[in-house]
Design a binder for this molecule. Structure first.
Ligand code: OSB
Ligand code: MG
Length: 374
């Protein structure tokens, strides 16, 4: 198996969320999504997705920086170059090229998708995934009042979700979570995600969350700060899970060394693609660190990559891989992603990413397009 990219097409589409998604660092009404279509010299094609958002409120990247960086710096390194295996792409993109993980990941993952397609293997099997289905959690945005959040959390559990994640921020934390815990009962799988809304001075307040028996608290402190997370973890009984802070294998190692957290939310787009994701997976398996697969409000295309990755054995906790209908009136893939009894099935019966892209729908949603050739 080898792959040589002849053409890379970038498209921006806009997909309206069924309801706005609010986190401590910003709100999204319409998801601007960067899609990639990759074509091999043999004629095979694959689609991938860049998870960068419109605003630099999650990481420094945005859809606009990614568009620029892929065209100017990523595509020229991969177009026309033969790769014996997609694992060779990531080290080549890292040489003298700092940051821009989401831009790199979009291309790197697309090349894994393309390689799986050429090898006539489902992507999940191609990367070593073994699960038939992924346990699914829901991520609930910040609500105006605790009652609304309680209603949503209730509905999620009755729909079958196996984990409920609640977004929090100062002023919308303890009371909101208490109401949810009381309504769902002591054994409901409940967690919180702060998206870096707190500082070291909030340690006392965060320690109050210990009474709620949360599965974990995700990224309470600054996106790039492991040292203060380590100090906070010493004060909390609740395990800290890091999301924004884990941008590479080294940061995952640092988390363990420093005791900055006990659980990793792995998003392949955030770490630069599948090769670093597989390395983090191997490290976490070896060190007994529980992993789960996060989400970035992806279309059905990005979701396919998350599902394939989450089929690896180290992903032991439910992922933020909700079905298409949770986000969109209509997705851009067929079949859409669905959930049964809280599980999303891993496609293992067709080569590549396992879903078909509705190209006519993508065309209709496209607001800009660029074609890059070697
Ligand atoms: O922090 O996990 C996060 C969405 C956008 C940016 C950051 C995050 C999220 C989510 C949504 O929590 C997860 C999903 O895609 O369902
Ligand atoms: Mg998060």
């Amino acid at each position: 198996m080898s792959v040589r990219l002849l053409r890379l097409t970038l498209r921006e589409i806009r997909l309206a969320l069924r309801e706005p998604f609010r986190i401590s660092s910003g709100i999204v009404h319409v998801r601007r999504i960067l899609l990639l279509e990759l074509q091999d010299e043999g004629g095979a094609t694959a689609w991938s997705e860049c998870v960068a958002e419109e605003q630099p409120n999650y990481s420094p990247e945005t859809i606009d920086t990614a568009w620029l960086v892929i065209g100017a710096h990523v595509a020229p390194r991969v177009l026309g170059r033969p790769f014996g295996h997609p694992a060779e792409v990531h080290p080549m993109l890292e040489a003298d090229f700092r940051g821009h993980n989401m831009a790199k990941a979009a291309v790197e993952m697309g090349l894994w998708g393309l390689a799986a397609t050429i090898a006539r293997e489902p992507l999940a099997r191609f990367v070593g995934g073994t699960r038939e289905a992924i346990a699914t959690g829901i991520s609930l945005g910040i609500q105006e009042a605790p009652e609304r959040l309680v209603a949503k959390a209730h509905a999620a559990l009755s729909e079958g979700y196996r984990k409920v994640k609640v977004k929090i921020e100062p002023g919308r934390d303890l009371a909101f979570l208490r109401a949810v815990r009381q309504a769902l009962g002591p054994d409901a799988p409940l967690m919180a995600d702060a998206n870096s809304a707190y500082g070291p001075a909030d340690a006392d307040r965060l320690a109050e969350l210990d009474e709620l028996q949360l599965m974990m608290i995700e990224q309470p402190l600054a996106w790039d700060d492991l040292v203060r997370h380590a100090a906070l973890q010493k004060r909390l009984r609740t395990p800290i899970c890091l999301d924004e802070s884990i941008t590479s294998l080294d940061r995952a190692k640092d988390m363990v060394t420093l005791g900055a957290g006990r659980i990793v939310n792995l998003k392949p787009g955030r770490v630069g693609g599948f090769a670093p994701s597989l390395a983090i997976h191997a490290f976490c398996c070896a060190r007994g660190v529980p992993l789960w697969c996060g989400g970035m409000l992806e279309s059905g295309i990005g979701r396919a990559y998350n599902v394939a990755l989450a089929s690896l054995p180290g992903f032991v906790l439910p992922g933020d891989v909700s079905p298409s209908a949770r986000y969109w009136e209509r997705d851009v893939v067929t079949p859409e992603w669905t959930m049964e009894e809280g599980m999303v099935r891993v496609p293992r019966d067709r080569p590549g990413i396992g879903v078909e892209v509705d190209v006519r729908r993508v065309e209709a949603l496209t607001v800009r397009r660029a074609e890059l050739r070697g």
